[in-house]
Design a protein around this ligand. Structure first.
Ligand code: DC
Length: 231
């Protein structure tokens, strides 16, 4: 190797989609950190625009009002997998976007096509500027946002496994109500007209119900390394 420089791996774009509670965020962050890639949590962006709409007093039941305001908030995502950040109009919203209020409204806001158009454009520009490559997690990354991604993963898990994980994350929340809320959000996300939650035809499906997080991470890391080697 000239100048003793380490060989640089080709940039690789990885799309990880699936419903909530499948281990998507933990897996995506760990894979990106392990492989030196950037990381983008697209759910955080939809949560951020929802937080802004709620704060601005926009009627969440009025898709036209949401559409008219869709271009107003300035959303900035930090893509370091060790410390991802999310800002709206210069405000750090990492904590407020995880409140129940935002969680219960995000499906309605993210179903509005003008919102999706804004956020999709932002996601594509972030992916294009990631020099080493990026892991992008969401619901429509493999199907709509980055249809030419090098690797597409679709994570699934049984509703029971997902509810158990989510209630653990929410520090002891009731599993039954968590399961009901999760299934309601999935149904809304899967049935909306504008780029619903869906598995791309060329995605690798991984059922995480009976796997540990470490096993899922290893599985995805192996798949990414195979893709990189073939580039
Ligand atoms: O991954 P999450 O639970 O933080 O996502 C929050 C919501 O954002 C989810 O209910 C659906 C929406 N979302 C979306 O519509 N498209 C994406 N690519 C990511 C999230």
């Amino acid at each position: 190797m000239e100048n003793g420089a380490a060989p640089t791996a080709p940039a690789v774009i990885v799309a990880i989609d699936g419903p909530s509670g499948t281990g998507k965020s933990s897996t995506s962050k760990a894979v990106a950190a392990q492989l030196g890639l950037s990381y983008l949590d697209t759910g955080a962006q939809y949560r951020a625009i929802t937080w802004w709409m709620v704060n601005a007093g926009i009627d969440i039941d009025d898709p036209q009002a949401i559409a008219a305001a869709a271009a107003k908030p300035h959303i900035v995502s930090g893509t370091d997998p060790e410390k991802p950040t999310i800002m709206v109009d210069g405000i750090d919203v990492a904590a407020p976007i995880r409140t129940q209020e935002v969680t219960s409204q995000v499906s309605a806001v993210s179903a509005v096509p003008e919102v999706r158009a804004q956020i999709t454009e932002l996601q594509r520009s972030i992916a294009a500027s990631a020099a080493q490559g990026i892991v992008v997690e969401g619901r429509d990354i493999g199907t709509t946002v980055l249809p030419d991604a090098d690797l597409k993963i679709f994570l699934t898990a049984s509703p029971e496994a997902r509810a158990a994980r989510r209630s653990g994350e929410l520090k002891g929340a009731d599993v039954h109500s968590t399961r009901a809320a999760l299934l309601k959000r999935d149904a809304a996300d899967s049935s909306r007209k504008a780029s619903p939650l869906a598995k791309a035809d060329d995605a690798v499906e991984v059922d995480t119900s009976d796997l540990t997080l470490q096993q899922v991470i290893e599985c995805v890391v192996t798949l990414v390394e195979e893709k990189r080697a073939a580039k």
